[in-house]
Design a protein around this ligand. Structure first.
Ligand code: MIC
Ligand code: SF4
Length: 655
């Protein structure tokens, strides 16, 4: 069959199922990555599996999110991550070495391989032709132990790029255009595969900007071919021997197609508070700007920052604007330092941050009250910047630099003559901030600070559930709503009892107390519930508070998988109108739950809906809800989650 690239890689890695869209498949994973905000849980889970050394080709643990050390917690967690990595055969990228996705692209990503990462932006690796998927930490832990990764076979969408970008229009504008067309839920259940004549004009970091932000579409992943451009990038990174060519067959078949005329694009911005609220910068208008933040895994490559430096050279940041820059990696930062561009940034008035996620996840640099912040990042969800009423606009690096100079949202075409920044033919290579695991880890002692608490585990599902409706929310609720991040809450990521106090705190400060009091609880949601990050804390912490089910119109992929992994039932309305008949405080009954799930286990769907009846004690009305669980997922939920499921099997990974 004439295959597209996604299917070629999936086929090579398939261990169970058939490549039919909508069916559950399992693939083996070549590489894993974790970061420090999800990694502590992932390694606690890995330890619980009792596998002495990772079974992947390569596993890397990055410390890049929790880098503000306002107390002992983050520093303690980093020591745990460093020692647990050494013990189990995992590479450790030290704090300050850069953002996981940027460093992975530079130093480890390989075309044609699979990568599973405990971060939703893992698809950044798709820029190099790698099938890179974001998942919860527990799924990554299982993959480190050699277990397969289960997913629903996505539809493959061909995104055909034609013509070339005009001056001052960037890769960020391509993905913003895709978001404008598809929306934040338009990619759910899909892989976005880019092809066409426009691909050749995009460097690997530009391609990675596009695949990175495919996460905001809700896509399973996004992917570019591996071609001569990919080869040059790998050669420049001193890894030319890892290049393989990966192109779609001439008449490859796709499930859907979209065409983007690059020449027709102009500089775009995602307006508050959603990455798909996209307008041209001209349409958005010359809004006064208080802060500009440049960095993140989306837009902080060498060429991105060289362009910013070239725009700022010899000029000063507008007096209203605070400009902060966090280079994506130490490689980028050191190259800028050695070629003088860093001096241009400093002289222009930029406030330099270390190479880390920083303001993207609210780790410092919260803007002032009511501020407008222009950011080269990928998410502008409400409150994520650390300031509840700030308004965040997402743009490419040139537009951000232009706003820093003019103090207002500015189309970079106003900057005049455009000079393209060429990719270096040789990057500065120094991997000494990445610690390789010892061959013989016998002497390694794992350091566990007092912040690291034991992992809570769920119980098997009871026969009957009487669930209090703890909260009813709208469409597109993000994991930032469910389990906020930021400098105050992120340090609690390895302490579930403490972090659970903050569940839904930004929209409902009373949630945690109410949930604890209520006993078994349920959250009601709209469409795309749980969009955004891979943080399993958005399932684990509600589980700790007694949440047994979430009933929504639809779910985001990673969050749904995390709910199942922690034994929480992900239910959808069979009839969406039933959403209107539920009120906060209602009690909803699920009778003969185990029997119903067990009766169906094994014999029904791969992709069916598995129907249950729910009854409201207030109205007495019964209505149908769907669990959509595959036989394997049903067993996981029945047993109280993937850790129990894994422990209950004879070998750690026998199915
Ligand atoms: C994010 O961008 O929201 C994060 C922080 O990188 C998350 C992971 C996390 O919450 O730790 C993600 O995108 O998965
Ligand atoms: Fe870090 Fe932001 Fe990228 Fe998440 S989106 S990995 S917080 S830089």
């Amino acid at each position: 069959m004439a295959e597209n690239i996604a299917r070629k890689i999936l086929k090579e890695h398939l261990v169970a199922g058939e490549l039919v869209a909508g069916q559950e498949i399992a693939i083996f994973i070549d590489q894993t990555l974790t970061q420090d905000a999800t990694g502590t849980m992932a390694y606690l889970q890995f330890e619980a599996m009792d596998v002495p050394r990772v079974k992947t080709e390569l596993s890397v643990s990055y410390a890049d999110h929790n880098t503000l050390q306002t107390g002992f917690e983050n520093a303690d967690d980093h020591l745990f991550l460093q020692t647990v990595a050494a013990k189990h055969g995992i590479y450790f990228s030290r704090p300050g070495n850069g953002i996981c996705h940027q460093v992975h692209l530079e130093r480890f990503a390989v075309p044609g391989k699979t990568l599973l990462g405990s971060d939703s932006h893992t698809p950044t690796g798709g820029g190099i032709g790698m099938l890179a998927i974001g998942a919860g930490g527990l799924d990554v832990a299982v993959a480190m132990g050699g277990g397969p990764f289960y997913l629903t076979m996505p539809k493959i969408v061909k995104v055909q790029l034609v013509n070339e970008l005009s001056p001052w229009v960037s890769a960020k504008d391509i993905i913003l255009e895709v978001l404008r067309r598809f929306s934040v839920k338009g990619g759910v259940g899909k892989i976005m595969e880019y092809s066409g004549p426009g691909v050749a004009g995009l460097s690997v970091p530009e391609r990675a900007t596009i695949t990175n932000m495919g996460a905001e579409l809700g896509a399973t992943t996004s992917l570019f071919p591996s071609d001569a451009v990919t080869k040059n990038f790998l050669v420049a990174q001193g890894r030319g021997e890892q290049w393989v060519e990966l192109l779609p067959s001439a008449d490859a078949v796709y499930d859907e197609e979209a065409v983007i005329d690059l020449a027709a694009l102009e500089p775009l911005t995602a307006c508050p508070h959603s990455p798909d609220a996209v307008k041209t910068i001209r349409e958005a208008g010359p809004i006064a700007v208080d802060q500009v933040a440049i960095g993140s895994c989306t837009n902080s490559s060498y060429a991105d920052l060289m362009q910013v430096a070239a725009i700022l050279r010899g000029k000063k940041v507008h007096e209203r604007v605070s400009l902060v820059i966090a280079p994506g990696s130490r490689q980028v930062l050191e190259m800028l330092a050695r070629n003088g561009a860093l001096a241009d940034l400093i002289a222009a008035g930029a406030r330099l941050l270390e190479s880390a996620c920083g303001p993207c996840i609210g780790m410092g640099q919260a803007p002032p009250s009511g501020a407008v912040s222009v950011r080269t990042f990928n998410r502008n969800f409400p409150g994520r910047s650390g300031t509840a009423d700030a308004r965040v606009y997402l743009t490419g690096p040139a537009a951000a630099a232009a706003a820093a100079l003019t103090g207002r949202l500015t189309d970079p075409r106003e900057l005049g003559a455009y000079k393209k920044i060429e990719q270096p033919t040789k990057f500065l290579i120094d991997d000494r901030m990445i610690i390789a695991p010892p061959e013989n880890p016998g002497k390694v002692k794992i350091r566990r600070g007092p912040n690291i608490k034991t992992l809570p585990v769920n119980e098997a599902l009871p026969e009957e559930l009487s669930l209090k409706v703890l909260l009813k929310v709208e469409d597109n609720i993000t994991t930032d709503h469910i389990m906020p991040a930021g400098a105050k809450i992120l340090p609690l990521r390895s302490n579930i009892p403490a972090i659970s106090e903050h569940v839904f705190s930004a929209i409902d400060p009373g949630f945690a107390a109410r949930a604890r009091e209520a006993g078994p609880g349920l959250v009601v949601g709209g469409h795309n519930y749980g969009q955004g990050s891979s943080r399993e804390h958005a399932a684990l912490a509600p589980m700790y508070l007694g949440v047994k089910a979430v009933l929504a119109k639809s779910f985001a992929r990673i969050h749904r998988a995390n709910l199942i992994n922690f034994g929480i039932l992900p239910l959808t309305f069979a009839n969406e109108e039933d959403y209107d008949g539920i009120e906060q405080g209602d009690t909803l009954l699920l009778k003969s739950l185990r029997s119903q799930l067990q009766a169906a286990a094994g014999d029904d769907q791969q992709d069916g809906y598995g129907r249950l009846q729910m009854t409201s004690s207030r109205t007495g009305r019964s209505f149908p809800v769907d669990h959509g669980l595959t036989p394997r997922q049903k067993t996981i939920v029945l047993e109280g989650g993937l850790l129990n499921y894994t422990k209950n099997r004879t070998g750690p990974y026998s199915q």
